[in-house]
Design a protein around this ligand. Sequence first.
Ligand SMILES: Cc1cc2nc3c(=O)[nH]c(=O)nc-3n(C[C@H](O)[C@H](O)[C@H](O)COP(=O)(O)OP(=O)(O)OC[C@H]3O[C@@H](n4cnc5c(N)ncnc54)[C@H](O)[C@@H]3O)c2cc1C
Length: 331
Amino acid sequence: MRPFTYQKAATGRGRGPAIAAGGKGTRFLAGGTTLYDLMKLNVEAPSHIVDINSLSELEAFDTSGANELVFGALARMSDVAADPRLIRDYPALSESLWRAASQQLRNMASLGGNLLQRTRCAYFRGGEPFACNKRKPGSGCAAQEGLNRGHALLGGSESCIAIYPGDFAVALVAFEAKVDVLGLRGERTIELEHLHREPGSTPHVETVVEPGELIVRIRVPTTPLGRASTYHKIRDRESYAFALASAAVALQIDGDSVRDARIVIGGLATRPWRCRAAEQVLRGRALTPEIARAAGDAALQGAKANRDNTFRIELGARTVADALMIASRRA
Ligand SMILES: Cc1cc2nc3c(=O)[nH]c(=O)nc-3n(C[C@H](O)[C@H](O)[C@H](O)COP(=O)(O)OP(=O)(O)OC[C@H]3O[C@@H](n4cnc5c(N)ncnc54)[C@H](O)[C@@H]3O)c2cc1C
């Protein structure tokens, strides 16, 4: 047994300091669908847990605003996925949520917890005797020479090639979302695209969220690119599996040609991976299957395969191309 202390987050005035107390050993508890798993695996060993479910004001979300959609960090994945305005005007956001996990998990899991979920790399979760710089800095990376079919092709380093597994963050990056976080020094805003870090030589530092900082809400600016969007997810089985490759794409089409495009890939990189070069391939051109495929190839530029995952370069390019054709039919 590893002892830890448990506290319910204080509500109302003075909330910030009470939440942030505890420092590095503190973990917030939202739905618990990832945190409990990692504690049972001895990967996470918090000394103090702050249960934030008492902060009911973080459960709300509002998709009716003229300028932005606002999602409290404790909004549940299933509630947000089923929102009629999201389904109609931002299908990529809704799809990224309902194509994740299972209905039971989505009923428990919060949006804030979803963003901060950790990699599913088996060497990270498997514990000793496997080397993992993310779990135990300096121990090495067993995936480099090990089973790496599901590992990253983009954004990896000698220290780590674990992918970022989440779906929702990939779709949020396509809409240039932001998160507001609350810490001891008050509130600050982080661009979703800069929330997750590439591993470099410090793979254990996964995000720019500081210890003790609480994600309060996610904000998505309204955009004409919403309707012609999709989150296309390819996996080993049709349901209840993480992405082998995914793409969040959003288009604005004027007449025959693409006026604006966003392409972000998931399941292939160490963080949600925005592909600006691929977006540029589309601008001002008619979206044909050939152009979509050219954008797919551009999205995978720089991909570096390991022993078992070469096939996911082609899979990734096809996923982007298919996503673009699906989104274009919604324009
Ligand atoms: C079997 C299984 C399959 C899954 N499949 C998928 C999938 O296909 N796609 C996908 O995207 N996800 C998938 N998931 C992950 C799932 O979506 C996450 O477990 C869930 O979203 C986490 O939310 P939670 O509220 O339960 O977080 P918790 O487990 O409570 O917390 C997760 C982490 O986030 C921190 N945290 C939580 N809320 C906040 C906050 N507001 N501010 C700061 N830190 C916070 C916690 O301290 C903890 O470190 C799967 C999970 C399981 C168990």
